[in-house]
Structures are given as structure tokens and as C-alpha cells.
Design a protein around this ligand. Structure first.
Ligand code: URA
Length: 459
């Protein structure tokens, strides 16, 4: 009988050879039960970062992680559940907008979400901004809510894909997150274990996302669609632009409040565009609508008629939250300091480049200036510094802090006009965040075309 060793498997991957199903299951099982140590798993993950994995390998790696724990049984839900997942962004409150809209159309929403980590936010933290909201319903309550009011939400349980939890934590500290097969298998192991019959993926690209360009985003999307379809799930994806934060609010409470404004019909165009696009795919995968255009119309009507807002209030109340916050966003917890950041007349992005002669270029002769870029990752980092994001899982965060953009890419900007507001509870942290926010706005004297948020839909 042949005995595998982790040493041989690391070596095999390093040489670019394809691992078998048994070998991949051996690695995932061994690392999860502790028989394979961190240093060997780290070496293996780094080899994958450099040489990649075939589609077959990625599929078996996903399945091994999925099978490492429990699977959520959604058979008690009446109707087909369609899940939605975003590969991460800054200011991304789309789930909070889309959930009530889709539920108001009569399509069941039974969703598990994570907490924020690093510069990206998490839906569960945003939901906790509604005072009293319980993010840990029992499985029975979770299913009952979906059947009675059409929507329920829960934090990711530890029993779902525990192998991914352990591997992701290791990747986080060994610079092995940004690998397409590792991201695809990590996300899909959890999505498949969450039990939905259909999955809509929001694959983000740009400065605030894991994928920096559209080619990589399309490759990631196609790989994930392939894994889901092999498992008999209905799948579709949208590739969306995350070069600047989504909407104006970044930070938990102000994002939750912005989501409420979206449902009242006052949402920023970019958030609504992404929410309508992904929501339409959910309605089509569920079978509620045949055509995306019909689905979009149905979703738009939930906003104009107020049914999506009502659904959100019903949902927040059902999970123990204060539903008055849905009707009056002034009730969200406020930070003590509100600092307005004004444009000084220089190009802040150039100032970071030390001796760059362009740093002194003050656009004195320009007749019109435009915001040319806003680095999403930097804004996310500023919010983290304010205490609104966590460096390690389970860290406590301050839900009231954040950054509100007052200008977006393509907007005209004048000297002394406000660029952003920082919400903070600590002067020192506010100063640090101010430095980042000031430097993150690129300014140009050339007109900047506003880009469509949706690069491509794949279905
Ligand atoms: N989110 C995940 O859950 N896993 C990854 O690898 C990247 C983002």
C-alpha cells in the first residue's frame, strides 16, 4: 500500500503537476485535524499561488473543504432559495438593499453572511447597527422567519466548512489570499454548504477588491460558476467595478442608514445599479421571472410602492431590532466627532510621492477640476483606523465611525469644497484617517467619464 506524505505533495505541486482527488482530500483533512502542520500547509498554499490549480483540482479542493463540516438544510423553506455572494468591497451595502427587495417580490431570502475583515466590511456588522438585531437565530427560527416573512439572516456558523476557516486564517497571515483557485474554492465551499439551490456571484475588481483587473475577475467568476454547476446549483455572476467605494457611506452605521435610504428611493445610482442587476439574476434563477428585464421592473416597483422598505422594517423587527430606525435614520448611533475634509487646491494623490515635481502643481490655470480617482482600499483602511474595521477575526469594532464621501469619481471639485466627512470618536485616530482620506482623492484637470458599475454579466 502506498502512503502519501505532505512533503511529496508539496513537491509535486511545486513542480506544476496535477494532484488527484485523493491527494487533495488528504491535504484538507490532514490540515483540519492537525496532522499536517501550519508550515507544510503554508508551503503548499504558496506553491498553489505560484503554479495554480487545474479546474478539476479546484473542484476537489472545494468539495473537500465543503465536506469538512455541516451543511445547512434548507429543505424546510417553501420555495427555492437563491443566495448572493460578493467577493468583497468597500461601502458594499448591496445585500441589505437587495434582500428586502427580493423578499418583497415573494422570493425567499435565507442568507448567511460574514463579519468585516481588514479594509472590507461585512453585512453582519452592518445589521448589528440596528440596535437589538439578533444575528444568531437558531436554525429553527431562521427557517421559520423565511417561511413567515420571506427573509432571515444569520452570521456564518463555525460548523460550516471548518477546513476553509482554518485555511483562510493561515492564508491571511502568509500572503496567500490572492490566488484565483484558492479564493474560488474558499468561497464556494461555504456557499455550497449554505444549501441554496441558486447562487448569484458579485465578482468585484479594482483598487478595493481582491481582483485588480477585469481579466482576473472573469477568470474567477467562470471558475466559481463551473464549481457550482458541477454541484447542480443554478449559477450566474456579475463583474462589478470596485475602483472606488460603492455609494457614499463607508462604515457600519452610516452604510446601514444608506441602505435604508436606497429602499426609500433615495439611493446612490451605483448602489442601485448593482442591487437591481444582482437582484434580477436572483429572481430569474428562482424562476419567479423568465427575463432579466421583467425582474428588474418588478424590483423597481418594490421601491416605488414602498413594499421593500416595509419588508425591511418587518425583518428588522422580527430579528429583535429597532424597526423605528428604518423610518428615521437619525436613530442610528452617531460618532462624537464630525470633521469635514475640504479640497485645498493641490492634487493630494501626488503629495504622497515625495519629491515628485508634480506635487507642487496646483492647477492654477485649469478652468475646471474633476475627481479622477478615490482609492477604495485606502478609504477602507481609514475606517479601520477609526475603529470601524478589524485586523483580526472576533475583534470588537465601533459601529458609529466611518467616512462619508461627498464627491465621487467624475464629479467637479472646486477649491475649499468638501470632499468627505470623517465620523470619529477619537481625535488622534481622526487625524490619522484625515491624512489617508486627503491623499486618496486623485484630482485632474481633464474631464473624467463616469463608468458603468457593471462590466459584464455571465449566465
Ligand atoms: N473571501 C473568502 O471567503 N475567501 C477568500 O479566499 C477570499 C474572500
Amino acid at each position: 500500500m502506498y502512503f502519501m506524505t505532505m512533503y511529496e505533495l508539496i513537491d509535486k505541486k511545486k513542480e506544476g503537476k496535477e494532484l488527484t482527488k485523493n491527494e487533495l482530500y488528504y491535504i484538507v483533512k490532514g490540515y483540519t485535524d492537525g496532522s499536517i502542520p501550519d508550515y507544510q500547509m503554508s508551503a503548499f498554499l504558496m506553491a498553489v499561488c505560484f503554479v495554480g490549480m487545474t479546474r478539476e483540482e479546484t473542484y476537489y479542493f472545494t468539495m473537500a473543504m465543503k465536506e469538512s463540516g455541516d451543511e445547512l438544510d434548507l429543505s424546510g423553506v417553501k420555495g427555492m432559495v437563491v443566495d448572493k455572494h460578493s467577493t468583497g468591497g468597500v461601502g458594499d451595502k448591496v445585500s441589505l438593499v437587495m434582500g428586502p427587495m427580493v423578499a418583497a417580490c415573494g422570493v425567499p431570502v435565507a442568507k448567511m453572511s460574514g463579519r468585516g475583515l481588514g479594509h472590507t466590511g461585512g453585512t453582519i456588522d452592518k445589521l448589528e447597527s440596528f440596535s437589538g438585531f439578533n444575528v444568531s437565530p437558531t436554525e429553527k427560527e431562521f427557517i421559520r422567519n423565511v417561511n413567515e416573512i420571506g427573509i432571515s439572516w444569520a452570521g456564518q456558523t463555525v460548523s460550516l466548512a471548518p477546513a476553509d476557516k482554518k485555511i483562510y486564517a493561515l492564508r491571511d497571515v502568509t500572503a496567500t489570499v490572492d490566488s484565483i483557485p484558492l479564493i474560488a474554492s474558499s468561497i464556494m465551499s461555504k456557499k455550497l454548504a449554505s444549501g441554496a439551490g441558486g447562487i448569484v456571484l458579485d465578482i468585484t475588481y479594482g483598487s478595493g477588491a481582491f481582483m485588480k483587473n477585469t481579466d482576473d475577475a472573469v477568470e474567477l467568476a467562470e471558475l466559481m460558476l463551473d464549481i457550482g454547476r458541477k454541484e447542480g446549483r443554478k449559477m450566474s455572476a456579475a463583474i462589478t467595478d470596485m475602483n472606488e467605494p460603492l455609494g457614499y457611506a463607508v462604515g457600519n452605521s452610516i452604510e446601514a442608514a444608506e441602505a435604508v435610504e436606497c429602499l426609500k428611493g433615495n439611493g446612490p445610482e451605483d448602489v442601485m445599479e448593482v442591487a437591481y442587476t444582482l437582484g434580477s439574476h436572483m429572481l430569474v434563477l428562482n424562476g419567479k421571472c423568465r427575463e432579466l428585464s421583467q425582474a428588474r421592473q418588478m424590483l423597481e416597483e418594490t421601491i416605488s410602492s414602498g413594499t421593500a422598505l416595509k419588508k425591511m422594517a418587518q425583518w428588522i423587527e422580527r430579528q429583535g431590532g429597532n424597526k423605528a430606525m428604518v423610518y428615521d435614520t437619525i436613530l442610528f448611533k452617531k460618532a462624537e466627532i464630525e470633521r469635514v475634509i475640504k479640497y485645498t487646491g493641490e492634487n493630494p494623490a501626488f503629495l504622497t510621492k515625495g519629491n515628485n515635481p508634480e506635487a507642487s502643481y496646483t492647477f492654477e490655470k485649469a478652468s475646471q477640476l474633476y475627481v479622477s480617482s478615490i482609492n477604495g482600499k485606502a478609504i477602507g483602511n481609514a475606517v479601520q483606523i477609526l475603529g470601524g474595521g478589524r485586523a483580526a477575526k472576533d475583534e470588537k469594532i465601533d459601529l458609529s465611525v466611518g467616512v462619508r464621501l461627498l464627491k465621487k469619481t467624475g464629479d467637479i471639485i472646486k477649491k475649499q469644497e468638501a470632499l468627505a466627512i470623517i465620523y470619529a470618536n477619537n481625535e488622534e485616530k481622526c487625524n490619522l484617517a484625515e491624512e489617508i482620506v486627503r491623499e486618496t482623492f486623485g484630482i485632474s484637470d481633464k474631464k473624467i467619464q463616469k463608468r458603468n458599475k457593471i462590466f459584464r454579466e455571465i449566465f
